[in-house]
Design a protein around this ligand. Structure first.
Ligand SMILES: NC(=O)c1ccc[n+]([C@@H]2O[C@H](COP(=O)([O-])OP(=O)(O)OC[C@H]3O[C@@H](n4cnc5c(N)ncnc54)[C@H](OP(=O)(O)O)[C@@H]3O)[C@@H](O)[C@H]2O)c1
Length: 247
């Protein structure tokens, strides 16, 4: 897809990967609907990016997602690109998983992106196609103790993305999934934790031999935007992730 002039919704645009992705899409000429809960940060970014609007919304709430799509259509008349990026980690061993926290993470990391897809599909179909990029995680490909809920939801997001891709081919709606690796953002700080984990040690490496230098949000944004442009099904931010051992 040629991004110039396209209308893109980026969720989680107030920081991290979403912020970097919104900026890069804007630099390529996209019109942006910037979505997250932090209104001030979104409004600041909207001032910087031409043809952009701030839409404060909680992606774990179905009504907010519907409003986000409606506001985007009311303002721009269409949606060509949806980047389902808003998300949060949950670090808890199986026996310590709190069912209510699980539900909240499920609603944000899986249900929210699915509802957003449901809402944009008829709009994209009406306008002849579109691109949906769902932000999964490298953890969806691995078995990291403590991260079972988060990784399972990201794996489910990957699966539904690739199934939707098949379903929507005839409508020229290209659904893709991206697997970021450890990225320097507030993700770790915002992860809900049942107990403390020393992430710095995690980043030193593991027996799988994978290189463990964290990526910048700008690097991941570049991969996301290249994925939207190429329409590839799965975007691995590093080639070694395609064959890395899962545990
Ligand atoms: N960083 C990593 O190492 C890494 C690795 C793999 C995958 N990922 C995935 O990449 C995506 C972006 O994460 P990040 O690293 O950029 O983390 P981040 O710095 O914590 O940013 C998360 C973004 O999501 C928004 N958000 C959180 N809860 C929300 C809610 N209920 N409704 C709407 N927006 C919400 C936040 O904004 P507000 O607080 O303003 O709402 C923020 O803009 C996530 O899906 C994450 O799972 C990250």
């Amino acid at each position: 897809m040629d991004i110039k002039g396209k209308v893109a919704i980026v969720t989680g645009a107030s920081g991290g990967i979403g912020y970097a992705t919104a900026k890069l899409l804007s630099s390529k000429g996209a019109k942006l609907a910037l979505v997250a809960r932090s209104q001030n940060k979104l409004e600041q970014l909207a001032k910087e990016l031409p043809n952009s609007i701030a839409i404060p919304a909680d992606i774990s709430k179905v009504e907010d997602i519907k409003r986000m799509i409606k506001q985007t259509c009311d303002h721009f008349g269409r949606v060509d690109i949806l980047v389902n990026n808003a998300g949060q980690g949950y670090d808890a061993p199986i026996e310590k998983i709190d069912v209510d926290v699980f539900r909240g993470i499920f609603e944000l990391d899986f249900l929210g992106p699915v509802v957003a897809m449901q809402q944009v599909i008829p709009i994209m179909r009406k306008h002849g196609g579109g691109a949906i990029m769902n932000v999964s995680s490298g953890l969806a490909l691995m078995y990291l103790p403590g991260m079972s809920i988060y990784a399972s939801l990201k794996r489910a997001l990957s699966h539904i993305s690739l199934t939707a891709r098949e379903e929507l081919k005839a409508d020229k709606i290209v659904v893709s999934v991206v697997y970021p690796y450890i990225t320097v953002t507030d993700f770790e700080k915002n992860t809900v934790k049942a107990s403390e984990r020393n992430w710095e040690n995690d980043e030193e490496g593991d027996e799988g031999g994978a290189p463990f230098k964290a990526d910048t949000a700008e690097y991941v944004a570049q991969k996301i935007v290249e994925g939207i442009e190429s329409g590839e099904a799965e975007v691995f931010v590093h080639d070694w992730m395609k064959t890395a051992p899962a545990s």
